[in-house]
Design a protein around this ligand. Structure first.
Ligand code: PLP
Ligand code: COI
Length: 363
């Protein structure tokens, strides 16, 4: 019972935010606090499959207190952005990659897969309905958050028989308060993010719930983000709370931890690997020990480092702190390779650089 196409009922919001208020809010965009007028919703039940697709006014969901998501955390999500290109077009960046990863997450969490065409249709319908919510200023975009949760009222532990898929939209500026300034990271001392066979490669809410205490420790140590080491040896770099990580070596090569099931297969990561190769860099997807990183920075073998993800884009890492001390990378400044990769990626996303890979979807 897999429907590839559904007709979306379009129910425009009868009281959208007044234009003057929206434009005022656009003047000072942070991350994830402002929301557009609409949401796209599709429902799933074991007897009907996917049904009741609509774009409607953004509003709370009535949820039974026994809804499975509230007890067993059967929930997955995606993060993607719509950009206002230099010529005024509204564009999405590699949306089919998000649709594919969403279903990988769904399989891991024993949830129904959403046909990719329906995922894309829901995202596009929402962006069309809320096109005026795509900010145009440099560094801003409309962050899109597709998600799905178990809505059946049932306390037995088994996959839910009802789900709600929804897409909401939030105009955003920089993810980090410091804007484009290099970030500092804290090496998680006590906590790991994911072990082999766990849910590390899925974009499920539980992974983030489990990371919050480690992220809080990062803040306590004055850092912007936590970086996790592997669960087995507590030695190898994995990823940050919400970003993948790259190290730039003095010989111009790049190293990034491999996808082994414990880290999220980032779409920004994958795109930067391709762009770095286009620009003539060698990229090695291989394990890199924290102690080697420390030694390589001290000896000058490792020159730059950056975090990357949809929300954070490409953020240079200027300082690394751990219980044993700290070290500074590239004098705490954004290095040339990081800047080149960021500018190339952002240039494509904003329609300013040739999109040689055909990554943009024009709406
Ligand atoms: N790793 C984690 C844990 C994340 O939350 C994210 C953000 O989505 C990423 C990596 C980067 O993934 P992407 O580039 O697809 O946004
Ligand atoms: C994203 O980059 O889309 C994420 O989901 C990560 C989160 C830190 C906002």
């Amino acid at each position: 019972m897999q429907q590839d196409a559904l007709t979306f009922a379009i129910r425009p919001n009868a009281s959208p935010m007044p234009e003057a208020d929206r434009l005022k809010a656009f003047e000072n965009l942070g991350f994830g606090t402002l929301f557009s007028d609409h949401m796209a919703v599709i429902r799933w039940s074991a007897d009907k499959g996917w049904h009741s697709a609509e774009v409607t006014a953004r509003a709370p969901f009535p949820l039974d207190p026994a809804a499975a998501v509230l007890h067993y955390a059967q929930e997955i999500f995606e993060g993607m952005k719509a950009y206002r290109a230099a010529d005024g077009r509204a564009v999405l960046f590699r949306p089919e990659e998000n649709a594919r990863r969403f279903n990988e997450s769904a399989r891991r969490m024993a949830m129904p897969e959403l046909p990719e065409a329906l995922f894309l249709e829901a995202v596009e319908q929402l962006v069309r309905a809320d096109a005026k919510w795509i900010p145009a200023a440099e560094g801003s975009s409309l962050y899109l958050r597709p998600f799905m949760f178990a809505s059946e009222a049932f306390l037995g532990v088994r996959p839910s028989k009802e789900y709600i898929f929804c897409v909401i939209a939030s105009p955003v500026g920089p993810y980090f308060k410091g804007g484009a300034k290099p970030v500092s990271i804290w090496v998680s001392e006590h906590y790991t993010r994911a072990a082999a066979g766990g849910t590390g490669a899925a974009k499920c809410g539980g992974n983030y719930a489990g990371s919050l205490v480690a992220q809080a420790a990062a803040y306590e140590h004055g850092c912007d983000q936590v970086v996790f080491l592997d669960a087995a040896e507590h030695r190898w770099l994995e990823e940050l709370g919400g970003m993948n990580v790259f190290i730039v070596m003095a010989d111009g090569s790049l190293v990034t931890p491999p996808l082994g099931g414990t880290i999220l297969p980032g779409i920004t990561r994958k795109s930067l690997i391709a762009l770095a190769k286009d620009l003539g860099y060698t990229v090695r997807e291989e394990r890199y020990a924290f102690e080697d990183w420390k030694a390589d920075v001290a000896s000058g073998k490792a020159k730059e480092a950056f975090a990357c993800g949809t929300a954070a884009v490409v953020a240079a890492i200027g300082k690394v702190k751990s219980p044993d001390g700290e070290f500074v990378i590239n004098a705490g400044e954004t290095g040339p390779v990081t800047a080149k990769l960021r500018d190339t990626l952002v240039g494509i996303q904003r329609g300013q650089t040739n999109d040689a890979h055909g990554w943009l979807k024009v709406l």
